[in-house]
Design a protein around this ligand. Structure first.
Ligand code: SAH
Ligand code: F3S
Length: 464
């Protein structure tokens, strides 16, 4: 009764939460398995950002509930955002579900599973279902354990939870609560531990990382708490690359823009969620910037690092979005020339202000706008990748590629690359000359000259 399978939906924070739960379960004597049909316990870590993500998890749970009827000892549960958003209401539809645990109570999962899997004849009463979606002060500090079963070249580190913004389309403030930061020292200790175990790249995670520690940790020398944290992580021996997600455009003040030039480990790759290129839409979305302010940030960053890579999030078909508004998004999209973008069709989230706005956009229109923007994106990604042909890129070798017998890794700009290598190079920075480029990937061969430089981080700037 101790084999657990965890399926994760949604963003990297969810991946990270699942990993922390898995590691706490291992410490409690459970075994994490990669196959659902071998598990005694199946947990779905859910996402609420769009309806489709919720429906997928509900569909999956319906299937698990049918399996549970044949095998009543199977324990099934929801964790995370949808658990938080819907709570006990989920039991009305899926009464067989044993466990519902919200986003601030992940660390109680081992206790709950102990109760749910206790042998029926042990005299311990087995609860029918456990629902826990309480808020808990300090819960942001509980997402800190990592699984240590394999070498992890690149790792995610949760630095904060929650978001205090009120974008009118977004359910995240409801599912993740108010902003709560982990102390700098604790994050530094976690990253040092990862570095000692072989991690070379960390991605700092939070729903709005640029607001990290705001109001709790004082500014120092004009530097925000987030930039102070970046500086500390930059100083950790063994770490070669730092990334972060997700920031908010309004967090890109002079100190952060400068950090990209001054902190050699901070990769020149920025995720800058735009949502819409129309000022009218941005106002309705309650996004506190205009298109011109956004472009100013892009230009500041490009002045700081000319070959900066950009990715973004866009919502098409927000209530009231006209063709003209959408044209403005396309125009801005072309002007920035993103390397990568996540394009979403607006999805009504009940309880958010946008859900009751007038002029909801018909799904065919959302679909057409989505398609048009995806075509734009693929043109830009292709062009940006083609521009790397013939250049030498610094690649952090992550491991063998899933297909074929080559290896895979990423450039500082977060482009995936495939090349011949060997096991000893996993976790190292190597120069790869780009010979072929598709929309999503680069293919090349390792350069042997200059190999002696690869142990350091001195290769920044060879990209262009
Ligand atoms: N800063 C957050 C953003 C959360 S949601 C984070 O990364 O944790 C990620 C993206 O999903 C948003 O930037 C937005 O583009 C999209 N999104 C959020 N709510 C949405 C909705 N109701 N419909 C469609 N897309 C949405
Ligand atoms: Fe959501 Fe806006 Fe925060 S997109 S996570 S409310 S910045």
């Amino acid at each position: 009764m101790n084999r657990v399978y965890i399926k994760t939906y949604g963003c990297q924070m969810n991946e990270r939460d699942s990993e922390a739960v898995a590691s706490q379960l291992v410490a409690r004597g459970y075994r994490i398995v990669d196959r659902e049909d071998e598990a005694d316990v199946v947990l779905l870590n859910t996402c609420s950002v769009r309806d489709q993500a919720e429906q997928k998890a509900i569909g999956k749970m319906g299937y698990l509930a049918r399996r549970k009827r044949e095998n009543p000892s199977l324990v099934i549960g929801f964790m995370g955002c949808m658990a938080q958003n819907r709570g006990a209401e989920l039991l009305e539809r899926l009464p067989d579900v044993d466990l519902i645990v919200g986003t601030q109570r992940f660390h109680h999962v081992p206790d709950y599973l102990d109760q749910l899997t206790a042998p029926r004849d042990a005299g311990i009463p087995v609860p029918s279902s456990i629902v826990d979606i309480d808020e808990e002060a300090g819960s942001q500090n509980t997402i800190r354990e990592h699984l240590t079963d394999r070498k992890r070249v690149s790792a995610f580190v949760s630095i904060m939870q929650g978001c205090n913004m009120a974008c009118t389309f977004c359910i995240v403030p409801k599912t993740r609560g108010r902003e709560r930061a982990r102390p700098i020292e604790e994050i530094v200790r976690e990253v040092e531990g990862l570095a000692a175990g072989g991690t070379r790249e960390v991605t700092l995670l939070g729903q709005i990382v640029t607001s990290y520690g705001r109001g709790e940790i004082p500014e120092r020398d004009g530097k925000s708490p987030f930039v102070q944290l970046l500086e500390r992580v930059n100083g950790i021996e063994g770490i070669e690359r730092i990334r972060f997600t997700s920031p908010h455009p309004r967090g890109f003040n002079a100190d952060l823009v400068r950090a990209f030039r001054e902190l050699p480990k901070l990769c020149e790759c920025v995720h800058l969620p735009l949502q819409s290129g129309s000022d009218r839409m941005l106002r309705l979305m309650n996004r506190p910037y205009s298109r011109s302010k956004y472009l100013e940030i892009v230009n500041d960053l490009r002045r700081s690092v000319p070959h900066m890579y950009f990715s973004t999030d866009i919502i098409v078909g927000f209530p009231g979005e006209t063709d003209d508004d959408f044209r403005q998004t396309i125009e801005l999209f072309d002007e920035v020339g993103y390397d990568m973008a996540y394009i979403f069709k607006y999805s009504k989230r009940s309880g958010t202000p946008a859900a009751t706005m007038e002029d909801q956009v018909p799904s065919e229109v959302k679909e057409a706008r989505n398609r048009e923007l995806l075509e734009c994106l693929s043109r830009h990604s292709q062009r940006r990748n083609q521009a790397l042909l013939g250049t030498t890129q610094e690649i952090l070798v992550e491991g063998p590629a899933r297909k074929g017998n080559g290896y895979t890794g990423r450039t500082r700009g977060n482009r995936v690359a495939f090349f011949e290598a060997d096991e000893r190079l996993v976790g190292q920075l190597v120069p790869v000359r780009v010979e072929r480029a598709t929309v999503s990937s680069l293919y090349g061969s390792m350069e042997l000259v200059g190999m002696e430089e690869t142990a350091g981080i001195g290769m920044r700037g060879i990209t262009n």
